[in-house]
Design a protein around this ligand. Structure first.
Ligand code: PRP
Ligand code: MN
Ligand code: MG
Length: 179
């Protein structure tokens, strides 16, 4: 698995430090508010668990599962909701927890989808931002890092369902996905 990595972009230590910074900032910003973290499966699973441990105010957690990439290397452009929220979010402050924003199609679809549920606010925390590829403009309140236009894997992020369990974030060798 590690042989397929072109370059390590962010180490375990980088990522735990980043979660600490984001967690501090979120804890300050949402003090006294009813916060619900909404992790977007599957990609956000590792980021969600690391980030929530760094949030020092009370919060609820929820998950949604959406997918647009399937097993391909590029987004299909069609977002499929496989699992919706379990909780009524009216009056709550929603913070969507996402691993990476690429075209922006997934997050803009999600925010639109959740808009009529009477949440008090809806914001996004996204670990990685691949700015160059954006098709849909969507404001992201908290961003961990900008990443280059490479195929990103690890720390929850997959290529064809593989590499999610790598403990760091890296780029995938071109020959693996450009076949
Ligand atoms: C990936 C990633 C983001 C989305 C970003 O999810 O985890 O959710 O694509 O791409 P976009 O900005 O171009 O929409 P994917 O659909 O692969 O599902 P997964 O999280 O289960 O891997
Ligand atoms: Mn995803
Ligand atoms: Mg994926």
């Amino acid at each position: 698995m590690a042989d397929d990595v072109k370059e390590i972009l962010f180490s375990r230590e980088d990522l735990s430090q980043k979660c600490r910074e984001l967690g501090d900032q979120i804890s300050r910003d949402y003090e006294g508010k009813e916060l619900v973290l909404v992790g977007i499966l599957k990609g956000s699973v590792v980021f969600m668990t690391d980030l929530m441990k760094e949030i020092t105010i009370p919060c609820n957690i929820e998950f949604m599962e959406v997918s647009s990439y399937g097993t391909g290397a590029t987004s299909s452009g069609v977002v499929k909701i496989n699992k919706d929220l379990d909780m009524d979010i009216s009056g709550k402050h929603i913070l969507i927890v996402e691993d990476i924003i690429d075209t922006g199609i997934t997050l803009s679809y999600l925010v639109d989808y959740l808009k009529n549920r009477k949440a008090e606010s809806i914001e996004i925390v996204c670990l990685l931002d691949k700015k160059e590829r954006r098709l849909k403009d969507i404001p992201v309140a908290y961003i961990g890092y900008e990443v280059p236009d490479e195929f990103i894997i690890g720390y929850g992020i997959d290529y064809a369902e593989k590499y999610r369990n790598l403990p760091f974030i890296g780029s995938l060798k071109d020959e693996i996905y450009k076949k």
